[in-house]
Design a protein. Structure first.
Length: 716
């Protein structure tokens, strides 16, 4: 084990600024442009060693063994002219050695503390591997499940996404950034990337400023308030100006309004892509516009290095702008303790996930499971007899890890977990299909035979990991390939069927669900997805997950989301001339916030502490929640409000709070939410954030489509 053994003692802010001033005064323009350049690491070649000695790179990302990282850092600290350390970045999105559920699944837990713990474990594993900085959390709001990257974020709601963003930042960055097991976080992709037209990745976004501020910016602001060290500028064009050249979002909002003092890295070649956007005339113009906008560091493309000097010599760029960009990079390097060569054990190879980490992954996977349908088939009695497990996703470690997984070490598949729980002889397994693109029905007969020989059937359906994540948009949301046909054939065997769906997005499976006694949505649940699913199915755990993204009945409804405006002709089934479709209901298959339990909860005594509140005041809302079922269970109680009239139309519901209750059978608990009128503020046409007096409604409810309405007023 090789250790970098210089004690990490980060300096106080003023001392850091003095050190940066002193460094900047000694740096050449070339060394400054080097700090603003990030390369993919690959392997530590002699050319790379020479470049590091010359100060060519401020950061390397995504590769290099831990030992190579240690050597490269020693070269930077000891052999470069000014000894400025490298900062190593990597995509640690939902775990490094230990793979947690994909973020969209984690969000369904509505458990920020558990999510924070997952980031803490990821930070420990990443820092031990010599990584200083993760390109996470991804906090893009997404209302279009055709977009493959919906998997990486926390869904459609800014309040949930903000809570998860803050949790992830605290988990990654720990108590102090310079602790040996802390890593810098990076809120991405700043901003609006999830609004890509047509759900097509990298596509154009048109986002009115009030929507940008009310929805897309909110989780990024939460990351700032949690003390995040960095942001990543996005690929997409926002209202005509690409995010990686956008002075409004990068300077006015991030710097002037939010006072962010860390640094911004571009997404992969996003600086150079300003040319393809039709925003920059050439590489020099791209460098100019990105630096002017406030992108501190260029990922992979080399327009800054190639053109920075010419821009300064031509007085197109003031060297002060360069200095400010470098200052913000150095500030994070100092805060991380990198100049003190922070103590980083450099393990010889990838460390296996610890038992503690796997237990945390199991718990988060369990809390992320969403029970969408249950006609009493679940929980399944352990005395059930023989269980037929059908579907390739029951036994695919790579797929259950999901997009951006750094490996599937320690993974336990559902098949293995059920064999462990019930014994090999009671579990009959048939893949049915080789994979999601298998067009052959050859495997159907064995699947039907297994169903006939069993007492109950578990059908594992969904998406392979390759259909999820970056550059993975789908025009359809159905279960890929012949999976629906497989489900139909297996159901004909006449045995009770339960569907377990693994996917990186909401999918449409109405006809399949009709044939199932129960449907459990497991997302891509990570390493411990198998034990978590088996525990839920067999009743050792009670599903409590709830959706943080709306599930459409069909892709034709997209975009469909709960916090929509009412329109002048809100949809009414019996009224022709209202906002709806002729050929499908206007309601979703499953609404935001929805999820069933093995128990049953009743909400009552919903009330506000007063019928009205003055602008500037507070109001408390309360309800009783009772577990009227037969088992102990968790319930995620949600708090929504609605403004009925004001200077701009507001959504029919907006989430303003949530609480997780654990209730024993028969137990009733009062739950309260305190609301200040500031929580009801919105951006008026003049972009002023203010709370309009007037009539409001509120709900304390199990999901966004139910609950008893409370009326109240805000008065001057
Ligand atoms: C990719 C992704 C971004 C990732 C970066 C580095 O293109 O858009 O999320 O962090 O490049 O891998």
């Amino acid at each position: 084990m090789v250790c970098l053994t210089i004690a990490a003692t980060a300096a106080a802010p003023a001392e850091i600024e003095r050190k940066i001033d002193a460094l900047l005064a000694r740096m050449t323009l070339e060394e400054k442009l080097g700090q603003m350049s990030q390369a993919g690491f690959g392997r530590l070649t002699d050319q790379r060693r020479a470049e590091i000695r010359k100060g060519r790179w401020g950061s390397l990302y995504g590769g290099g063994t831990p030992a190579e990282k240690a050597e490269a850092q020693q070269i930077a600290l000891k052999e470069s002219r000014l000894g400025i350390p490298l900062i190593y970045g990597q995509d640690v999105i939902h775990g490094l050695q230990t793979t947690f559920p994909i973020p969209l699944g984690q969000a369904a837990s509505w458990d920020p503390e558990l999510v924070r713990q997952s980031a803490r474990i990821a930070a420990r594993e990443a820092s031990a591997a010599g990584i200083h900085w993760t390109f996470s959390p991804m906090v893009d709001i997404a209302r279009d499940p055709r977009w493959g990257r919906v998997a990486e974020g926390y869904g459609e709601d800014p309040y949930v996404a903000a809570a998860m963003a803050a949790a992830m930042v605290r988990g990654y960055q720990g108590e102090t950034l310079d602790a040996a097991d802390s890593i810098a976080a990076c809120a991405k992709h700043y901003v609006g990337y999830g609004a890509a037209e047509g759900g097509r990745d990298y596509n154009t976004t048109w986002i009115p400023e009030n929507l940008l501020r009310e929805v897309y910016l909110k989780p990024f602001r939460a990351a700032k308030d949690a003390g995040i060290a960095t942001y990543m500028s996005a690929f997409n064009n926002i209202n005509g100006v690409p995010a990686s050249g956008n002075e409004f979002t990068l300077r006015q909002v991030l710097r002037d309004e939010w006072k962010f003092d860390g640094f911004v890295v571009s997404d992969y070649t996003a600086v150079h892509e300003l040319i393809a956007h039709g925003y920059a005339a050439d590489a020099k113009d791209a460098a100019f516009k990105a630096i002017r906008a406030g992108v501190n560091m260029e990922m992979v493309s080399t327009d800054y290095w190639d053109n920075g000097k010419a821009l300064v010599d031509a007085k197109q760029l003031d060297v002060k702008t360069i200095d400010e960009a470098v200052r913000e990079i150095l500030r994070i390097k100092f805060r991380l303790g990198l100049f003190d060569g922070r103590t980083q054990p450099v393990p010889s190879g990838a460390q296996a996930p610890s038992a503690e980490a796997l237990a945390a992954a199991n718990k988060l996977a369990a809390e992320s499971l969403v029970l969408l349908k249950n006609d009493g088939a679940l929980p399944m009695a352990k005395s059930v007899g023989k269980v037929a497990i059908v579907g390739f996703l029951a036994d695919s470690p790579r797929d259950q890890s999901g997009t951006w997984a750094n490996g599937s070490a320690g993974t336990v598949t559902p098949l293995a977990a059920f064999r462990q729980a019930l014994g090999e002889s009671r579990v009959l397994y048939a893949r049915g299909l080789r994979n999601g693109s298998d067009t052959s029905r050859d495997g159907f007969a064995a699947a039907v035979e297994a169903a006939r020989a069993a007492d109950v059937v578990l059908l594992f359906l969904g998406e392979e990991a390759s259909l999820s994540g970056e550059a993975s948009s789908r025009a359809f949301l159905n279960l890929p390939g012949l999976q629906e046909d497989l489900a139909a054939e297996v159901a004909k065997a006449g045995k009770p069927c339960v569907a377990v769906i693994l996917a990186g997005r909401p999918t449409t499976f109405h006809d399949v669900a009709d044939k199932m006694k129960a449907v459990l949505y497991a997302w891509h649940p990570g390493a411990m997805g198998g034990p978590a699913i088996a525990s839920a199915i067999l009743g050792d755990a009670v599903p409590s997950g709830k959706l943080t993204i709306t599930f459409p009945r069909t892709v034709g409804q997209v975009p469909i989301y709960y916090n929509h405006l009412n329109t002048g002709r809100p949809p009414a089934a019996q009224e022709k001339f209202t906002s709806k479709y002729l050929d499908v209901s206007f309601t979703p298959e499953y609404p935001f916030g929805y999820g069933l339990s093995y128990s049953k909860f009743e909400y009552s005594a919903t009330k506000a502490s007063a019928p009205q509140v003055k602008v500037g005041g507070k109001l408390t809302f309360s309800a009783d929640v009772a577990n009227v079922g037969a088992v102990e269970a968790d319930e995620v109680v949600q708090f929504y409000t609605r403004q009925l009239a004001g200077s701009v139309a507001r959504p029919v519901r907006e989430l303003k709070g949530f609480q997780r209750l654990h209730l024993k059978p028969g137990e009733k608990r009062a739950v309260t939410f305190t609301l200040s009128t500031d929580d009801l503020a919105s951006y008026n046409p003049q972009m002023k954030l203010a709370t309009d007096p007037g009539a409001f409604e509120a709900w304390i409810a199990p999901d966004s489509a139910s609950g008893e309405k409370i009326e109240f007023a805000v008065v001057r």
